[in-house]
Design a protein around this ligand. Structure first.
Ligand code: ADP
Ligand code: MG
Length: 215
């Protein structure tokens, strides 16, 4: 079983991954939780470059680094785990590339489709849970986590924060477009309700696909 989680930062992916991991483990499954980019020594080094690095990276460079990290993770870790009948829960996968590099950064979507196919060795998740949250709500969550006072009116934001908001609005639009195109795999969830209500929705969808794994 291969399940992925998607959504912008702050949408609640980590929270739901933990709940689903617990649920599946209680059903007797061996569960492997991973997050992208990362999960192998090389992929973790690429993660450092992408997320902590101080250097500018071009959009295509960024795309190919994410793809390289994914190819490593899929071949070395995910495929072997699936072959051993483990449940793999992955926090972000190629839909993030489509949403962020495609809809967010404006890279060509058919090129991205081809790179995603290569990097994932043709593997598709059985189910993808997309936690849908507006960038504004995500920002409120993040600021409240860090107890930073929130400058919320557009005109009070600096240039970076404004472009951030526009970028994430495009990313969200991308996810919602994927939802239209991949309706059998991609489950859109309202991320504004309580974590437990979201978890219950996830279990409902899970049972639809894998009867016997519900409550
Ligand atoms: N359904 C929810 N409603 C309100 N707050 C939530 C919900 N789910 C998660 N949070 C909170 O929002 C923040 C981001 O959640 P997290 O699971 O880390 O998101 P992500 O992994 O997508 O960035 C955390 O402080 C978390 O406690
Ligand atoms: Mg997280």
């Amino acid at each position: 079983m291969f399940i992925t989680f998607e959504g912008i930062d702050g949408a609640g992916k980590s929270t739901q991954v933990k709940k689903l991991q617990k649920h599946l483990a209680e059903r007797g499954l061996e569960v492997l939780v991973l997050r992208e980019p990362g999960g192998t020594p090389v992929s973790e080094q690429i993660r450092e470059l992408l997320l902590q690095g101080k250097e500018d990276i071009t959009p295509v460079g960024e795309l190919l680094l994410f793809a390289a990290s994914r190819a490593e993770l899929v071949q070395k870790v995910i495929v072997p785990a699936l072959d051993e009948e483990k449940a793999v829960i992955l926090d972000r996968f190629y839909d993030s590339t489509t949403a962020y590099q495609g809809y967010g950064r404006g890279l060509d979507l058919s090129m991205l489709g081809e790179i995603n196919r290569i990097a994932s060795c043709g593997r598709k998740p059985d189910l993808t849970f997309y936690l849908d949250l507006s960038p504004e709500d995500a920002m409120i969550r993040k600021f409240s986590e860090k107890s930073i006072p929130l400058a919320f009116e557009e005109e009070e934001l600096d240039r970076m924060e404004r472009s951030g908001l526009e970028f994430y609005t495009n990313v969200r639009r991308g996810y919602l477009q994927i939802a239209l195109e991949e309706e059998n795999r991609f489950v859109t969830l309202d991320a504004t309700v309580s974590p437990q209500d979201i978890h219950d929705e996830i279990l409902r969808a899970l049972v639809g696909r894998f009867p016997g794994l519900g409550y």
